[in-house]
Design a protein around this ligand. Structure first.
Ligand SMILES: [Zn+2]
Ligand SMILES: [Zn+2]
Length: 429
């Protein structure tokens, strides 16, 4: 019985196909050949008291990154349609030299980033492939609430120019600052304001394989993407390893020429138009346009991977469930016989010259912000932001008295002399 007939069959048969495809695709638990070869039989012994020698999942913050190693964590793999399981596009790249880079920051991705427990002072470089909400929508929250989450380091962002100047990244960032002007003024009086500094780097969206970042042995280049206009893909090169990230694009000639042979190649990939009609209520023309013209159909993803032969391919940008993944994997296998993963949030890739290992990450759902990495300066809460007399006149005196007593006790306990701001003011009738 062909696989296609099995997919058309009942649910029991679907399970069989899913298992077969999982083996075929080898999606989750791959251990690199070099790593497998280095394991002695005794290394497989499970101690009663020590950490197990092999972790089948990745617990963020518990593993050293090798000096020659790259780790990539999916912080968003889904669609503009919000869902708990998948945030919109975002990938974190961590390098053995200590550098960390974020590629795209779609809606919902900020909470995934925070769940990794990494100090925001270490996450100061963001690269945006285009300015759709599912690729840039969480950037304002990441930027403005960075200092609330202990970022003291200025944030740096890179993004493409626009077909019109007002559509480019620089204008976008200027509008963002204006739109959230009140937010910024209020934050500035409540937190150490150094983390509110923003460096915007806009580059030519038509540049082909042009270097836009070259620091500390890391080069990042851009390729034009075909996703309306003014969209780009990125290549990151470091230490002989190459990471390629499409953001959104149709397979294109620039990707084919320059992304060839990447160690980890992450490219968008959609469910078939038929399924888009069924799942999203799209009209036929809409489903075909969105699923094959504005984005990469799964079979086309397979084709571009066959043409560019990465060491390891990753498709993302679809709602990855038990039923969609079978269909997407089958479509990809029509045109590509190499290794690939169907990305889901927190999927993690360890990339070395020896190969790529894929595991699922297990995040902490109850994180508090990691501590700042520099000494914090206390804000001047009463002078930076000018309160109106109207609000000052509204503080309730009896509750204020309780609050002032609380602050007095706090000072006695901590040996401080923090003055009550609002509640310490003389009351006005
Ligand atoms: Zn897009
Ligand atoms: Zn998108």
């Amino acid at each position: 019985m062909s696989r296609k007939r099995l997919v058309c069959g009942g649910s029991v048969l679907l399970v069989v196909v899913a298992a077969a495809l999982t083996l075929d695709v080898d999606v989750r638990w791959r251990v690199s050949a070099a790593e497998a070869a280095s394991k002695s039989p005794s290394g497989r012994e499970w101690s009663r008291t020590k950490p197990f020698p092999v972790q089948e999942v990745y617990y963020p913050g518990t593993e050293a990154l090798g000096k020659d190693e790259m780790r990539v964590v999916a912080c968003g793999t889904g669609m503009p349609q919000p869902r708990l399981k998948q945030a919109a596009a975002c990938f974190l790249v961590e390098l053995g030299n200590g550098d960390k880079f974020i590629f795209d920051m779609g809606e919902g991705s900020f909470e995934r980033i925070m769940a990794l427990g990494i100090p925001l002072d270490q996450l100061d470089k963001v690269f945006l492939g285009h300015l759709h909400l599912d690729h840039a929508g969480d950037f304002p929250a990441f930027y403005f609430t960075g200092p609330v989450n202990n970022r003291l380091t200025p944030l740096r962002v890179w993004g493409p120019s626009g077909v019109k100047p007002e559509w480019g990244t620089k204008a976008w960032a200027d509008f963002m600052l204006k739109q959230w002007g009140w937010e910024k003024a209020g934050r500035g009086s409540a937190v150490d304001p150094r983390g509110l500094e923003l460096e915007v780097n806009e580059f030519d969206w038509t540049g082909v394989n042009e270097v836009i970042y070259d620091e500390n042995g890391v080069q990042i280049r851009t390729l034009p993407a075909i996703h309306l206009d003014q969209s780009v893909s990125f290549l990151l090169d470091w230490n002989g390893l190459r990471f390629a990230f499409s953001s959104d694009t149709l397979p294109n000639k620039w990707w084919r020429e320059h992304a060839t042979g990447a160690d980890l190649s992450i490219h968008e990939c959609f469910i078939p138009p038929q399924m888009m009609m069924e799942r999203y209520g799209m009209a036929p023309s809409e489903a075909v346009y969105v699923g094959t013209q504005g984005h990469t159909a799964a079979a086309a993803f397979g084709k571009i991977m066959s043409l560019t032969r990465p060491k390891h391919a990753v498709c993302y940008h679809f709602q990855n469930d038990f039923d969609t993944q079978i269909v997407v994997a089958e479509e990809i296998r029509k045109t590509y016989d190499g290794p690939f993963d169907l990305a889901i949030d927190f999927m993690t890739w360890n990339v070395t010259k020896g190969g790529v290992r894929t595991r699922m990450g297990v995040p902490n759902e109850e994180t508090f912000p990691a501590p700042p990495q520099r000494e914090k300066q206390p804000p001047d809460s009463m002078t930076a932001y000018q309160w109106t007399e109207f609000s000052l006149s509204g503080v309730e005196p009896e509750s204020a008295k309780v609050t002032n007593e609380l602050i007095e006790a706090f000072n006695a306990r901590n040996g401080t002399d923090v003055a009550p701001g609002l509640t310490g003011l003389p009351f006005k009738e």
